[in-house]
Design a protein around this ligand. Structure first.
Ligand SMILES: [Zn+2]
Length: 146
């Protein structure tokens, strides 16, 4: 999954991050409706297509381990969209400078402003090993791999 199109939850007409039980219930409802055995010949090709997609979604969302991984990916994509993240940059590529006797890492934004990263101004969003930092000048954010 590289963008939010084709989101498995949407495909199954579920809310994002529905529980496994909700996914199961929905899947049963859907297969009752779209299973190729239960459809008219004329609608078969189209329905077979959507049935295959639903099955693909079900293989992931119906599997507890895969669902956890999928939910994490989805959360990250949603966060990226919310924060207008333009790039993902390892901390090593930031320039280390001293500001007010503190070590600060900076990286030039394409707008001419800079992203500043220091241990005191870490943004509230922390996902695993990455931190989201806002540009000092525009609305862009970058994800910093620490
Ligand atoms: Zn900027």
């Amino acid at each position: 999954m590289s963008n939010l199109e084709g989101n498995f939850y949407e495909l199954m007409n579920l809310d994002n991050f529905s529980t496994l039980a909700e996914v199961k219930t929905k899947y049963q409802q859907i297969i009752r409706k779209v299973h190729p055995d239960k459809l008219q010949q004329s609608n078969l090709a189209k329905s077979e297509q959507s049935f295959l997609k639903i099955q693909e979604a079900w293989k992931v969302l119906g599997n507890p381990q895969k669902k956890i991984e999928y939910d994490l990916q989805l959360q990250q994509l949603i966060t990226q969209q919310d924060y207008n993240i333009s790039d993902c940059i390892p901390l090593e590529e930031f320039e280390e400078t001293f500001i007010n006797e503190e070590t600060t890492f900076s990286y030039d934004c394409r707008c001419g402003g800079s992203y500043f990263y220091c241990h005191d101004n870490i943004q509230p969003v922390v996902q695993g090993e990455t931190v989201i930092v806002a540009c000092s000048n525009c609305s862009l954010h970058v994800e910093v791999i620490t």
